[in-house]
Design a protein around this ligand. Structure first.
Ligand code: SAM
Length: 230
């Protein structure tokens, strides 16, 4: 799809599979809530989500990011101007609401239902946990929570395990490269739990194989996880 290939030219950390996957997630539950993004940087994921939302029904994407340097996480520049420029050039300005502030500040007084929550902000454990705890209550039943860096970074991995994998409120786990997404439900079904633990089991094997540097562990594991879960 031409418009998705253009997004790959925007600086950012997402793979092509991840850009395409966010585009798919952005169309689920259209009409039932907005999309919230924690961590926009220069707008790559924002553009994928906004293009997707426009194609589905046009609900806003709230893009939360202070855009300030954060040396502890490896960000040394103010990215607000470049973010706004990229959003404008991509033609999605009208669909995006930039919230130039921290996730904590943006959550104060928030009262809109969220159909997709995308967490890709500060990856340290306490901060990811806080992002999850502040925003998850606003996600509708049947809504999706997607998190980035869930294979290689300790903070998102731990929150994923504690708050999503071990919770009966989530099923339908899907893993595309470094994104893990899950559907919020009232209570996971027996089949839902079985499928979830099968996926989690395979994910554990994949991570171990990567750590052992087994040949082809990364491409083969990623391929199987995508087939298994999406
Ligand atoms: C990995 S980057 C986001 C990448 C972006 N999603 C993309 O696809 O290109 C992480 C971003 O999180 C932002 N960030 C750091 N702390 C934050 C906080 N407390 N609330 C919201 N965003 C935060 C940083 O400013 C940075 O731009």
């Amino acid at each position: 799809m031409k418009e998705l290939y253009e997004i790959l030219e925007v600086p950012g950390m997402l793979t092509q599979n991840e850009v395409e996957y966010l585009y798919r997630l952005g169309q689920i539950n259209s009409g039932k809530g907005v999309i919230v993004e924690i961590g926009s940087w220069k707008g790559k994921s924002t553009i994928s989500l906004a293009r997707s939302s426009i194609a589905a029904g046009g609900e806003k994407v709230y893009a939360v990011d202070p855009h300030k340097p954060l040396a502890e996480e490896g960000y040394f520049e103010d990215t607000e101007a470049e973010f706004r420029k990229n959003i404008k050039e991509a033609g999605v300005e009208a669909c995006v609401v930039p919230m130039v502030m921290t996730s904590e500040a943006a959550a104060k007084g928030w009262n809109q239902p969220i159909r997709l929550l995308w967490i890709d902000g500060d990856h340290r454990y306490e901060q990811v946990r806080q992002d999850f705890l502040l925003w998850e209550p606003h996600v509708i039943e049947g809504g999706i929570i997607a998190m980035h860096d869930t294979i290689r970074k300790k903070g998102p991995k731990r929150v994923l395990w504690e708050s999503i994998f071990r919770s009966d409120r989530f099923q339908g786990i899907s893993i595309v490269d470094n994104i893990t997404a899950a559907k919020k439900v009232k209570r996971a079904s027996v089949l839902g739990k079985l499928a979830k633990w099968l996926t989690i089991g395979f994910r554990a094997v994949y991570i171990a194989a990567r750590k052992m540097r087994l040949p082809y562990a990364k491409p083969v594991g990623r391929w199987i996880l995508r087939r298994l879960t999406t």
